[in-house]
Structure formats: C-alpha cells, structure tokens
Write a protein that binds this ligand. Sequence first.
Ligand SMILES: Cc1cc2nc3c(=O)[nH]c(=O)nc-3n(C[C@H](O)[C@H](O)[C@H](O)COP(=O)(O)OP(=O)(O)OC[C@H]3O[C@@H](n4cnc5c(N)ncnc54)[C@H](O)[C@@H]3O)c2cc1C
Length: 418
Amino acid sequence: MRDVDVAIIGGGPAGLAAALGAKKAGADKVLVIERDRELGGILNQCIHNGFGLHTFKEELTGPEYSARFIKEVLSGDIETSLGTMVLELGSDRVLKAVSASGIQEIRAKAVVLSMGCRERPRGALNIPGSRPSGIMTAGTAQKFVNIDGLMPGREAVILGSGDIGLIMARRLALEGAHVAAVAELMPHSSGLKRNIVQCLDDFGIPLMLSHTVVGIFGKDRLEGVSIAQVDSSLRPVPGTEKLFPCDTLLLSVGLIPENELSKMAGVKLSPDTGGPIVNESFETSAPGVFACGNALHVHDLVDFVSEEAQEAGENAAAYAFGEAFSGSSAEVVPGNGVRYVMPFSINPKKVKNNMTLRLRVTAEKRNAALVVKMDGEQVLKRKKMVFAPGEMETISLSGELFAKRPNISRIEVSLEDK
Ligand SMILES: Cc1cc2nc3c(=O)[nH]c(=O)nc-3n(C[C@H](O)[C@H](O)[C@H](O)COP(=O)(O)OP(=O)(O)OC[C@H]3O[C@@H](n4cnc5c(N)ncnc54)[C@H](O)[C@@H]3O)c2cc1C
C-alpha cells in the first residue's frame, strides 16, 4: 500500500492539467496513472489541427497541444505511472492498479477521475443485418490510420455526424478512399459547424440529415449498407431505402463518459451526461473524489477540458490539505430548451472570482437567448444567432452575483426567444 496526496486516473489532457493544478496548489505527492504507454490521451491520435485556439491563441495539432502539458508535468516533480490500469476504486479512495510489474494498492487523500470517454459501439444501436468485418467506430479507424498506418477500407459510409466521424470522413478522403455519405439520424448534426464545412463541404461529401442505416450486407466483409430517411419520430420511412455499396462503415454515434470506476466508488451519475454529478468544485457525491474532462461530460474543445481540470486538480489538493467542499448549495437546473448544465450545484460561498457554467441545448434554435435566473430573478441574458446541441455553451457568472445572494437555493438556465 502506497500513500499519495492526489491520485489522478488517466493521463489525457484532463489528467495532465489536473496534475499541474494539484501541484500548483501545493500538493506534495501527485501521481498520474495512465493505462497507455504514453501520456496525452486521445489527442495522440488527433493529428489534425484545431486544438488550443482559446488557450494558446494558435492552432495546434492534438499531439502538439498535449506535448506542452506533458513537458510541464515531466519537469514538475509529478510522478507518472504508465502502462498501469486502475481496476478498482473504493469510496475510501483506495485504488487497485495493475501493470507489467504486478498489482499495486494506492491510498490517496484525494482522487481525480479523468478517464475520458468511450464511443458507442454498433451493438448499442441494433442495426439489423449480418455481422461482416469492416464495421468499426470512427475512433478505432482513426487509430488505425494515424497511429498504426493501416487503411480500414476504400469505400466508406459514416453513420452519425459527431466530430470524430466528420474528421474521419476528411481523413479517409485525404488517404484516397471514397466517402459516399455521412448519414445522421437527427435533423441537425451533432458536430461542430467548422467540422461540417472543413471536413465534408470542402471534400464534396454529402451530409444526409434525418437518415439512418437500416440494413447491413456482406458475409465475411461488408459489401453495402442501406440508408433510409426517418420521420419526425425518427422511424425509417418505408420505400426511401437506398443501397450504398461500401467495404467500411464507421460509427460516430455518440460518446459516453468512462464511468465504471466512478460507479465503483459510489459516485452518483447524471442520466443527462452519463458522468458524475459534481458541485462547483468538481467534487462528486463521494467526498474527496473529483471529476473532470470527458469522464465528467463530453467536451468538443480540449481548451475547456484543460481549464476545468486545472481547477479540479487545485480543489483535490485543497481537499488533501483538509478543506471541505460540502455546505449548503443552490441546485443548478436546466430549464426550457437546455439538456444539462454543469455543475449541478453551487455553494455561493465557494465562488471566488467568477463561476463558469457549461451547458448544451436540446435542439437547434435561432435568434434566441440563454437566460439565467437565481431564485426566479433574471440575472443574465445572452443572445446569439444560432444555438446548436453540438456546440457546448459557456456562461460566466460574476462572483459578485453570488456574494450578494449567499443563500440562494435555485439557479435555472433556459433558452428563450430573443
Ligand atoms: C477524434 C477527435 C477529434 C477531436 N478534435 C478536437 C479539436 O479539433 N479541437 C479540440 O479542441 N478538441 C477536439 N477533441 C476533443 C478533445 O480531444 C477531448 O475533449 C479531450 O482529449 C478529452 O480529454 P480527457 O483527458 O478527458 O480524455 P482522454 O484524452 O480520452 O484521456 C483519458 C485517458 O485516461 C486513460 N484511462 C482511462 N481509463 C483508465 C484506467 N482505468 N486506468 C488508467 N488510465 C485510464 C486513457 O488511456 C486516456 O489516456 C477531439 C476529440 C476526438 C476524439
């Protein structure tokens, strides 16, 4: 049994920023545990640019972005344990990890959950048809192409318009494959607008909204898929099926926070995000267990992951020094048109300079405004031309708002007409 101040599970952008945050806040023994052979997380396979615009005011590739944090971590008296997977975590913050050298037990004063997220696989979708090879998640295809140097196929269809699918449509096209279409069940894309323009429009790849794959054909290798239009209840419309010959079907149908360890530690999960319910300090319902990054809620921009995770790390260090994060809190509730708001509760006394809320809307809405109410009183209205579910919204509430209302019990965020 080893003792550390802060144990960080996962060495992706969230884990790296949390480690730096914990160290900056004065924690002595900070340990980052990563199951992969390298630090950097999913960014190692994201070799396209578009990372770091907010943080560094320049466009970096994924590996370039994470390299800046890795350098700081490795020169900062922070211990890293690579090739080590955490298998168990208790609510007492004792964790069990396995590596080539065996099993170790670690007792941490505070733990940061930063395990990232996983892609929804085909099994979760129930597409009828045979089970040939050539069907994989977009992230798996990305690893094949960008890390292993292998082409998954030559003629591809992509189901789902999440960012990974959009990016892989362009990547396959650049490598010489033909991407016949991206089919999206919803009437809107779940990816960023900039990715639709740069990854599909620029390459002449059609985005078929309100369409889905209804059949899979082929015995050993995929030979084609059938795509049909769906109605407003998302049910396929009979007679609209069209056959697309292809040898590859990529699934980009959603990401879910990694939550096995969170569950094991007795952390309460949100049905809306799939990740832990946290307060303003990123502390979960298990005292001393903090969460950040995609393990908390799925982000589209890594800059926000780093920002959040640094704070989570600082708070984990403070907890290790004996600070308590409980106390009377206002619940944060999604109102009309809002799917979820992070964090789920705020203790006004814990808000320092300002408080950042991150949220997603339920459906696309034009000429609308996000309205924040504290105990029914409107305190902020932010107008925007278009709100889309694929783009995370950020609202900053000043510390003054909380200082004036130390006993509020409810904060509601809703999407209203402008
Ligand atoms: C294809 C793709 C394209 C993207 N494009 C952009 C973009 O252009 N711009 C942008 O800003 N953002 C982009 N993002 C988003 C950004 O990359 C993510 O938000 C960010 O990487 C999330 O960081 P994370 O640390 O939470 O998760 P991850 O990067 O997934 O890291 C989690 C780490 O935890 C480790 N881990 C998990 N479980 C365990 C365990 N039990 N024990 C030990 N280790 C464990 C994993 O191995 C992994 O290294 C993209 C993401 C993807 C997938």
